[in-house]
Design a protein around this ligand. Sequence first.
Ligand SMILES: [Mg+2]
Length: 336
Amino acid sequence: MAPQRRKATLSSLGEFGFLASVLGAVGRGRGVRVGPGQDCAVVKSATRSWLLTIDSLVEGVHFRRQWLTPYQLGGKSFAINASDIAAMGGVPRYALVNLAVPAEYPVRSLQRLQSGIVRAAHDYGAAVVGGNLTGSAQLSVTIALVGECPERQVTRAGARPGDHLFVTGTLGDAALAVARLQQRRPVPPAVLHRFSTPAARVQAGQTLVQRGWVSAMIDVSDGLLQDLGHLCEQSDVAAWIAAGKVPRSRVFRRLRAEDRLALAGGEDYELLCAVPPRFAARLRQMRRVGGCPITEIGQIVTGRGVRVVDSSGRLVRIEAGGYDHFASRSQAAPVD
Ligand SMILES: [Mg+2]
């Protein structure tokens, strides 16, 4: 190993650089139909296939204690995992929870955190079936979630040139909430709600996959541009999006919040999907799917990378977007 290599740290390699370096060595085994690198893995048992996913919320990285009540933290920890299940059109079923908690953390708060998780699981039709409690310098919640896999398998890797790009709901509110919390400015309740109590688009994901309307899908957790970048890379295609078409909430528009927050801000947990031309007109007409608004924002083309254009087709430059836990080049972390 070269000396330079030995000195490499996570900040020089980046979250996605590191993940890419280990993906080749894992993910094989009997019954593994989709390995790591997607929103969920898919494993097949004798009778059916299951989706498996895991995610954490860590104090000082994803939240500060004063930003979220323990109950909200529990609910959000579940929802971000349910969102990965939604991205593959599945149904959340069984959760395992790991709570890493500082010794001085109040028992009452821990009970509320736990009931936030259990309540969210119940609301999504899932059950918490086990867990673990460990001491830690920082509060963190990790949930592993198992979901029913639909018959049709949709990953990030099926988009084709000519497919239309659609996104559910609105983007940017969660990042706007974080920006305002960091600046200690007031946050409108509707905007704060999107950060503290995100909703996974499970129903929309199921409908889109079951009807066969999508060729590829991903949930928008790290920011639209970054997550679209992952979809394009895995599908070996490029994409453009029209900046003005990216749906923003009424409050977001009223506050004239920066475009960057809608295009590159994370934690919206909406679904981004590629739709073959023969289904695009129908979705455009429907405007809603699974009880959730859906908006066309761009198109898949040949090539590499993601371009953002304005209403006259001119290229728009957006600051390096999305969140990478370790890359020194990435934007400021959600929590400083
Ligand atoms: Mg995801």
